[in-house]
Design a protein around this ligand. Sequence first.
Ligand code: HEC
Length: 222
Amino acid sequence: MSTNKNRKELLRKLSRNLMVTLPMMTVVTVAGFSTGSGSFLELIPSAEAAQGEAEGEAKGEAEGEAKAEAEGSARGEGEAEGRAEGEAEGEAEGEAKGEGVSASLKKAVRRPEGYTPYQGNVAELRAKGEKLFNDTSLSSNGLACATCHTNGMLYNPTFKKEYPHFVAMGQRDFGMDMVHLDEMVQICMVAPMAAEPLEWGSEELAALTEYTRMEQKKFIDK
Ligand code: HEC
C-alpha cells in the first residue's frame, strides 16, 4: 500500500463498486428520479472506461496487494476497531477482487489523533465550501459533490441526526460505526469522488464541512 499506483488502483476499484451499488440506492432514495434508461451511471462519464481499466490493471497487482494488506491487518495496522484476526484474510481477498476498501483508506477517512480542525470565519468558510461543493476538479471522475447532492438528493434519513452518527456507507465500506461530519466529507471524497482525502486541518475540509452543515439544516427542514 505504499505506492501511489496501488492507491490509485484501489480508488478505481472502489468507485467501480460504488457504481454498482449506487443505481440501486438511487431507486430507493430518489424514487421517480431514475429515467427509462434508468441510469445513474450516465452521471458518471468515466464509469465504463474506469471499469475496463480497473479490471485490466487489477489483475497484475491484486494478489500481491492482498498479501501485503493481509499482513498489515493481521498486525493490527489500520484496524482500529480490533476486528477479529480471522477477518483479515477474508477482507484482503475481498480487496483483491475489488470488493472492499484498503486498510490505509479506512484509516485516511478517520480523524487523526490530536486533530484540530481549521478555524476560520464561518461566513467565509461557507462561501468557499459552496464553491468546492460544485467543483468537479475535486474528484478524479468528473463528479462534484453537487452532482449527487443537489436539492438534498441521495442523502439518507441518517443525515438528519446530530453528528457523530451511524451512516450506512461508513459502516459498509469503511467499518465505522459512527461518523463525524468531516469524516463523512472525507468518505465521499474517497469513495464516490474517487479522490484523495482532503488534508486534515485544511481550510478546504473546514469549508466543505461547514457548507454541508448548512445542507444538513436544509435537509432537516425539508
Ligand atoms: C456519486 C454520488 C456522490 C457524490 C459525488 C458525493 N456523495 Fe455524498 N453521499 C452519496 C451517497 C450515496 C450518500 C448516502 C450514504 C449512506 O447513507 O450510506 C451520501 C451521503 C452524504 C452525506 C450524509 C451522510 C449522513 O447520512 O450523515 C454527506 C454529508 C455527504 N454525502 C457529503 C458529500 C460531499 C461533501 C461530497 C463531495 C466531496 C459528496 N458527498 C459527494 C453519494 C455521493
